[in-house]
Design a binder for this molecule. Structure first.
Ligand SMILES: Cc1cc2nc3c(=O)[nH]c(=O)nc-3n(C[C@H](O)[C@H](O)[C@H](O)COP(=O)(O)OP(=O)(O)OC[C@H]3O[C@@H](n4cnc5c(N)ncnc54)[C@H](O)[C@@H]3O)c2cc1C
Length: 409
């Protein structure tokens, strides 16, 4: 990367990774532009849960104080048996321990907050620009094409274009994402419909060894609405078209949410008594197999977020991990010519992959509690939750210390 002049980064995708990266680069005084294929900001519906590791990043980028008030703040998830017995708790955040409670926030609210911050800072985000392919990569930059035939150039091209990334094809032309044969089926209902007993704590997951788990999670700043959801097994060979057909079949989702419901407590039966179809979501669990490298040989093309490492969603860390990616990436990019770029990218990916590996283990632990036991499945030992490593990292400290150790003489 040229050290005399700040390099321009072209970001493909104005999803949460792409927009957050733009904000992080701007903070480092690194110019960038975001290209998004859709005509307008994406609203796939549904809320996401943000944990302290990601909220610390959003705080450093100056938008936490805005979004904190726009979502539901909470700390603990409860796991209960069908008889209502509290079996375990899971910390999604803690102001006292980690500096931040968890935040459940509508995705479009978060996207709007990121876009407003970028507008304030005059960072360009262009809609209706669908990336097609790389035309040429040289040691000092990259030229690429959009599907409408137009072209653009940048010092660096970043694919933040999600799990089915087109930018990734440049690095891995034949890579297939893997469908795990599972989907989250969710809906949103008014909290009042649940008729919660006084002082009953939500979010809660009711676990049935026979029927799997039923999740209830408040959303909207006042908790007036809850997400309800269950995980469904599907054929692993279902292709994307098959999934699209399944997604459109809302009656089957309602039937699934109500399956075996007599075994569940009143709260759950109330929750599914009336299910509006307009806030229903199907979340197919795809993963990107572990990739050897997230950057091209010449290091002018990089992928991050879901494009680089979409992981199963059990621990709710997909977007949280993407925010970690982009923040560290921007800090390393700022180090520019003072460090070897190959080493910097290697350090970044290595550090990020180590954390992802630990999250995969955490996912296993959560699945163990949530999913019905499958005959013949490999036995996973149950371990208590310990989450300090996940919520407490000091990304800036980690990068600064690496840069100080590595800086070119
Ligand atoms: C229903 C649902 C619920 C979820 N809940 C949670 C949660 O609670 N917590 C959590 O951490 N994660 C959650 N996730 C996962 C999380 O949404 C993803 O990890 C996250 O969205 C990844 O962000 P991204 O920006 O990398 O990709 P995406 O969000 O997929 O964004 C990619 C962007 O790139 C654009 N794009 C794609 N191709 C092109 C192209 N060729 N040219 C230009 N633009 C392009 C897309 O239109 C999109 O805007 C959930 C996912 C789903 C589906």
């Amino acid at each position: 990367m040229s050290s005399s002049q700040a390099p321009t980064t072209a970001i493909i995708g104005a999803g949460l990774s792409g927009l957050c990266l733009a904000l992080a680069l701007h903070q480092q005084s690194l110019p960038c532009i975001v290209y998004e294929s859709r005509a307008a900001p994406l609203n796939i519906g549904g809320a996401v849960m943000l944990s302290p590791n990601a909220l610390r990043v959003l705080d450093a980028l100056g938008i936490y104080s805005t979004i904190k008030r726009q979502g539901y703040n909470f700390e603990i998830l409860h796991f209960r048996t069908l008889a209502g017995e509290l079996t375990e708790t899971y910390e999604f955040g803690s102001e006292a321990k980690y500096g931040y409670p968890g935040l459940r926030i509508y995705r479009h609210v978060l996207i709007d907050a990121l876009l407003a911050a970028l507008r304030d800072r005059r960072v360009p985000v262009e809609y209706g620009r669908k990336f097609s392919h790389v035309i040429a990569e040289a040691d000092d930059g990259v030229t690429f094409a959009f599907t409408d035939g137009s072209t653009a150039s940048a010092d660096l091209l970043v694919g933040a274009d999600g799990i089915h990334s087109t930018v990734r094809k440049y690095l891995y032309p034949n890579l297939e994402t893997r469908f795990l044969g599972m989907a989250g089926i969710t809906a949103a209902v008014p909290t009042a419909q649940l008729k919660l007993p006084a002082d009953f704590h939500i979010p809660v997951t009711f676990v049935s060894p026979e029927h799997g788990a039923f999740v209830i999670a408040p959303q909207e700043p006042d908790g007036s609405e809850v997400l309800i959801g269950r995980q469904k097994h599907l054929p692993k060979d279902l292709d994307r078209q098959g999934l699209a057909v399944l997604t459109a079949d809302k009656d089957s989702h309602i039937a699934f949410l109500r399956q075996g419901i007599d075994a569940f407590p009143d709260i759950v039966r109330n929750a599914v008594s009336s299910i509006p179809t307009d806030k229903m979501n199907v979340w197919p669990f795809y993963v990107v197999p572990r990739l050897e490298r997230w950057a091209s040989e010449r290091r002018r093309i990089v992928i991050l977020g879901d494009a680089a490492h979409a992981i199963p969603p059990s621990a709710g860390q997909g977007i949280n991990q993407a925010f970690e990616d982009v923040y560290m990436f921007a800090l390393l990019l700022k180090a520019g010519g003072s460090v070897d770029q190959k080493e910097a990218l290697g350090f970044w990916q290595g550090y990020r992959q180590d954390r992802l590996n630990r999250i995969l283990k955490l996912n296993e632990q959560i699945d163990l509690r949530r999913m019905p036991v499958k005959p013949g499945a490999e036995k996973v030992e149950r371990e208590p939750f310990e989450l300090g490593w996940l919520y407490e990292p000091d990304f800036k400290g980690v990068v600064d210390s690496w840069v100080n150790k590595t800086v070119k003489k």
